[in-house]
Design a protein around this ligand. Structure first.
Ligand SMILES: *[C@@H]1O[C@H](CO)[C@@H](O)[C@H](O)[C@H]1NC(C)=O
Ligand SMILES: *[C@@H]1O[C@H](CO)[C@@H](O)[C@H](O)[C@H]1NC(C)=O
Ligand SMILES: *[C@@H]1O[C@H](CO)[C@@H](O)[C@H](O)[C@H]1NC(C)=O
Length: 424
């Protein structure tokens, strides 16, 4: 019965949102700290007897799985039989006597650990926002998922009891819901940098928040992953010199990888440009000081002093070990400009021309202590499976839309440029 209270809490959380006319379905996204895991709450069961279950948001999982002990009322829960058409259409299914089984890799930790669970169906309750009215509880709909035991939850933050499937496959949550409610097959995420953000199905709107321009690029779907075709990477408008084969595979989008992982050569090129930009500023300062000191005659001593100052303030410094997983960190004293750092853009195929996805400020850096901020990217080694995996630190505070009706992905301007963000 606690479910009803939860529903009310949820509704009041979003009551400030002004709504737009197209049908859309909305769930809250919570950022867990310090794990940085993003989860949403799905209400399982019929509206009167729902059990809230927190599920890790994963773009790479094909079928939602959860610890079914979290479901308090079993009146609407049913096993999916082996012979059913549902079971047959789940890729990679299996059978245990007459029950449909599903095996899939876990999104966290070692990929070799596979969860196996019985496929079940229960009703799920979500929320609708329609015609400028406050959010409603939508009529509950049949939802197919699988039950997994506790041990598979290892590595997940304590509030989380399973994984919400958002893959491009046949049975992810978003596809089941958009088809049950007969709305356009698309969903969007607005991952917050803290607390609560948004997960929309159908046409998204940030409602009361400003309308923010969106840019589209083609989505590539490969082995159940969402990828975008990166053509080039720019730092402060200057393209990085990269072996083109490095970008061939595209960049995968992930809601479970916290910091964007780059193949070593890409990482080094990015980090090096950052260093250069900082040096560039320091060099300008250096020459400015030299010209000032030309007026003063005791140049020798001052020259030494300036050089000394310059070498202490070089900006990016390779920190020895201390700040794993990061490799390039700033002492805050270095710039005093805090998050005022280089802008990275990734060039993507747009509608007949290249479009750029801009990352800046807090999306580029991570504070590791009171005085140190680091380049928030991870060196993925020489031969990773994907040369670029865009993680949540880079995706947060953008509205990102996955439109499977057109196989396009749309991303907003950095919301910060419009004085808003993903937090409710
Ligand atoms: C469960 O969902 C189905 C539609 O998918 C609906 O017909 C049924 O009324 C729902 N059951 C309850 C108890 O809400
Ligand atoms: C999801 O399904 C696709 C095929 O539909 C498969 O290639 C991929 O490996 C599956 N992903 C996972 C994580 O099981
Ligand atoms: C990389 O791909 C191989 C083969 O597809 C797979 O066995 C391995 O688990 C993958 N590694 C990671 C880190 O995903």
């Amino acid at each position: 019965m606690g479910g009803v209270t939860h529903l009310i809490v949820f509704l009041s959380m979003f009551s400030a949102i002004t709504l737009m006319s197209e049908a859309q379905y909305l769930l809250a996204v919570t950022k867990d700290e310090p794990s940085r895991q993003y989860y949403t709450t799905v209400y399982i069961g019929s509206a009167a007897m729902t059990s809230p279950v927190n599920l890790l948001i994963d773009l790479g999982t094909n079928l939602t799985w959860l610890n079914c002990r979290k479901i308090k009322s079993l009146s609407t829960l049913g096993l999916v039989t082996c012979k059913s058409s549902t079971c047959k259409s789940i890729p990679g299914n299996g059978c245990d006597r007459n029950t449909c089984l599903y095996r899939q890799p876990r999104p966290l930790g070692k990929n070799t650990v596979v969860t196996t669970g019985r496929v079940v169906q229960d009703n799920a309750t979500i929320f609708t926002t329609e015609g400028g009215q406050p959010v409603h509880i939508a009529p509950s709909r049949r939802f197919t998922f699988s039950c997994a035991v506790d041990k598979y939850l290892q590595g997940m933050a304590p509030p989380i009891a399973g994984v919400l499937a958002l893959s491009p496959g046949e049975f992810p949550f978003w596809r089941q819901m958009t088809s049950a409610f007969n709305v356009i097959p698309k969903f969007s995420l607005c991952l917050p940098s803290s607390r609560y953000g948004y997960f929309f199905m159908g046409t998204p709107s940030l409602g009361g928040k400003k309308t923010v321009p969106m840019t589209s690029t083609t989505l590539k779907i490969d082995s159940g992953k969402y990828l975008i075709s990166v053509r080039s990477i720019y730092v402060d408008g200057v393209p990085l010199t990269l072996d083109p084969s490095l970008l061939e595979g595209g960049a995968q989008l992930s809601t479970v990888v916290p910091f964007t992982v780059l193949q070593t050569d890409i990482y080094n090129a990015l980090a090096q440009s950052f260093t250069l930009r900082q040096r560039y500023y320091m060099t300008k300062l250096f020459y400015l000081m030299i010209s000032v000191f030309k007026y003063i005659k005791s140049t020798n001593l001052i020259f030494v002093w300036v050089l000394n100052l310059f070498s202490q303030n070089i900006g990016m410094t390779q920190t020895p070990g201390g700040h794993a997983p990061f490799k390039h960190c700033f002492g805050e004293g270095a710039s005093g400009r805090n998050m005022d750092v280089s802008v990275m853009e990734i060039g993507l195929p747009g509608n007949g021309k290249e479009v750029k996805w801009r990352f800046q400020g807090a999306n580029m850096m991570e504070r590791v202590s009171e005085t140190v901020i680091c380049l928030a990217f991870v060196d993925g080694g020489k031969k990773p499976n994907e040369s670029m995996v865009i993680g949540t630190h880079q995706l947060q505070d953008y509205l990102v839309e996955f439109d499977l009706s057109t196989t396009q992905m749309a991303f907003s301007d950095p919301l910060i440029l419009h004085n808003t963000n993903c937090s409710t």
